[in-house]
Design a protein around this ligand. Sequence first.
Ligand SMILES: [Zn+2]
Length: 199
Amino acid sequence: MTRPTVVISLDLEFSWGSFDLSYSDELLKMGRWTHDIGAPNLLKHLTRNGLSATWAIVGAMMRRSLPDVSGMPEVRYPHFPKPWFSYIPKDGDEQTHPEWFGASLVEMIRNATPEQEIGFHSFSHVPFGERGMTRERAIAEYRYCAQIAQELKIPKSSFVFRAIPLRILRSFAMPGSPVFAMSIGCRCGFRTACSTPSP
Ligand SMILES: [Zn+2]
């Protein structure tokens, strides 16, 4: 008889999760709380109970600070017409802005027992399949994640991109659509690419 299996998949995103939907002090506070308290506690609960999870982490927050994003093709969404990195502290790092960066947390997750899987929740949490997304940006999101995987010596595994389920079907023909994102994911060496409810 096949034993039942439960997969625990967590999105870890701090303030990247919804700054485009609502940017406020509350959001930053929530991001800081996740960094300092929420995620470390969750990791403790998992390890104490002998559980492994897949942590889909926004690539840009895996580092101590933002890499050079000047070469990244811009996106302009109807719901967020500003440049995508408008709110991200360009000169900040994990110490000054823990609501945006979590390198030490990634390290904690990597060193945990039992082993936790580290995946990517895209590079900068742009919604795929939405009007405003481009093929060039989708490719760049994968490439930046591949670069971070190499830099941090993390195996390229899962890539969980953000999409709104109800819009997935009608967005198949759009630039950066889920189907396109998945095929690029395969070419960039990621084992899986799947959609997730927004944010
Ligand atoms: Zn998300």
